[in-house]
Design a protein around this ligand. Structure first.
Ligand code: BES
Ligand code: MN
Ligand code: ZN
Length: 499
């Protein structure tokens, strides 16, 4: 894990040394607490000559005035303070971090004109800092090339955030810090190359959650064979590295309360199998376990902040490879549910893994609902681009709660349809269903396939192929792997299912 800047909170006071970060609202307006650092007149002049007008997440880094002991002055825009959403505070924090340069000692005056910055806003600002500071640099043996590795130096910065009520901010930050750790864990897992992170190694990472009092169980291939998971095992059979099913349980709620469940696709590498992928971009398939990474990161976050809810996470860990035992197009497998599947394309493997993982989760835990996350289809990127994940659900309430969590975290979802017209596209004469369904609506067809394994349980499927990896950088994510899903689902749980 990359080094993190250290963050603390203190009450508003004069900033006399190091780097000062001030917030600037639209039209260059600043709070009295910010103006007092360099004086109103000087601040106005800086704004005038720089043409910096306080646009949201815009930043300006400049030398500090000669008559102070400060090293550097950073201005970060917030736009209209009345319009700020939670996600905007992450952007402001991320922008601030990107502007501090090599500063080791940073004070942020977190004040805006006309209204208080809440403890939650302060915590979200800090979360933006931590997420912006992340970089996957463990394989860079030559640290310190400033252009490539600037974040390495910056990450040792000591950042003090000045607020009206540091006690409240600190409390809110405890939650935000748990979220940051979960997101960073998910990013690390997705960024890690597949030669290092195989199925066994992923399972070992999950076992680490035991330190947080998460109950962890790892099923091996023998266990899964006994359970009849022919669908999941068929995908794994062409790899030298055996499949695992990892089950995580966090008991933060009442003993007898049914858990809520999260299920993840954990294909540590997807070559496509015999229906092999083309060479261009195949390296990205090291991230085909983004769903499993999000579930693991989420459990890490929920356990760290001792969420008051019972949660299970189930992830299917396999590698889709090609050896002499590899699954062939035309093979028919029997899933744990008893339903048979004709595998017409070995590259539509994620649904085969999830079919058994979802069915198992539902049978064993009888959860209140199941949400699965999967980098499932290229088609979802064709449909929605890279700024929304696909949301499919058999339950309008759950879909609405998820949609809302997406709006407030900025991990946005867009609901896609399900229906019998799509469902019949996966009927086949040779078995109960086939694993592909024709040229159009590929993301919907994949969702219909999953739906056949969830029974009547409220369920949602998030297709995160476009958002978990390779999505455009943001103010708080410069990483190829975004960690998508952790913040979203932490918010869903916090807003709806804790007491
Ligand atoms: N893991 C891929 C989907 C994917 C593609 C994720 C690109 C991220 C980026 C999935 O297993 C897959 O190969 N899907 C096929 C399905 C098709 C064969 C029906 C696809 O999307 O092409
Ligand atoms: Mn595939
Ligand atoms: Zn895949």
């Amino acid at each position: 894990m990359s080094k993190r800047p250290s963050i603390s909170f203190a009450k508003f006071a004069a900033v006399e040394e190091g780097t000062a970060v001030l917030l600037l609202a639209a039209e260059g307006k600043a709070a009295a607490e910010a103006e007092s650092v360099v004086g109103h007149a000087l601040l106005s002049r800086i704004i005038d000559v720089s043409d910096f007008k306080g646009k949201l997440a815009a930043g300006l880094s400049t030398i500090a005035p000669a008559d102070t002991q400060l090293e550097r002055l950073v201005l970060v825009g917030t736009g209209d303070p009345a319009k700020l959403k939670a996600d905007d505070w992450l952007k402001i924090g991320g922008a601030a971090f990107s502007k501090i340069g090599k500063a080791k000692h940073v004070s942020v005056v977190l004040a805006l004109p006309g209204g208080d910055v809440s403890a939650e806003n302060a915590a979200d600002f800090a979360l933006g800092v931590l997420l912006r500071a992340y970089s996957f640099d463990k394989y860079k043996t030559k640290k310190g090339k400033p252009t490539e590795n600037a974040s390495i130096e910056k990450s040792s910065a000591k950042i003090t955030i000045l607020v009206a009520d540091p006690h409240a901010a600190k409390k809110a930050f405890a939650h935000a810090e748990a979220v940051a750790e979960g997101v960073i864990l998910a990013r690390d897992l997705v960024n890690e190359p597949a030669n290092i992170l195989g199925t066994i190694e992923f399972a070992e990472q999950i076992e680490e959650l035991k330190k947080l009092d998460v109950k962890v169980e790892i099923l091996d291939q023998k266990d899964m064979k006994k359970l009849g998971m022919g669908s999941l095992l068929g995908v794994a059979q062409g790899s030298a590295r055996p499949a695992r099913l990892a089950i995580m349980e966090w008991q933060g709620g009442k003993g007898k309360d049914a858990p809520i469940a999260f299920v993840g696709k954990g294909v540590v590498f997807d070559s496509g199998g015999l229906s092999i992928k083309t060479a261009a971009g195949m390296e990205e398939m090291k991230g085909d376990m983004g769903g499993a990474a999000a579930v693991t990161g989420l459990l890490h976050t929920l356990a760290t902040r001792k969420a008051k809810v019972n949660v299970v996470g189930v992830v299917g860990l396999v590698e889709n490879m090609i050896n002499g035992d590899a699954q062939r197009p035309g093979d028919i497998v029997t899933s744990m549910s008893g339903q048979t599947i004709e595998v017409l394309n070995t590259d539509a493997e994620g649904r085969l893994v999830l079919a058994d993982a979802l069915y198992y989760c539902n049978e064993r835990f009888n959860p209140k609902f199941m949400i699965n996350l999967a980098t499932l289809t290229g088609a979802i990127m064709v449909a929605l681009g890279l700024h929304h994940a696909g949301l499919f659900s058999n339950d309008d309430t759950l879909a609405g709660q998820l949609f809302d969590a997406g709006q407030s975290t900025g991990e946005k979802l867009w609901r896609m349809p399900l229906g019998p017209d799509y469902d019949k596209l996966i009927d086949t004469k040779n078995a109960d269903m086939k694993n592909i369904g024709g040229r159009y609506g590929g993301a919907i067809i994949a969702a219909q396939f999953l739906k056949r394994f969830v029974g009547e349980t409220p369920w949602a499927h998030l297709d995160i192929a476009g958002t978990a990896m390779g999505a455009p950088a943001t103010e708080y994510s410069q990483s190829w792997a975004s960690g998508f899903g952790v913040r979203l689902l932490d918010r869903l749980v916090h807003d709806n299912f804790e007491g």
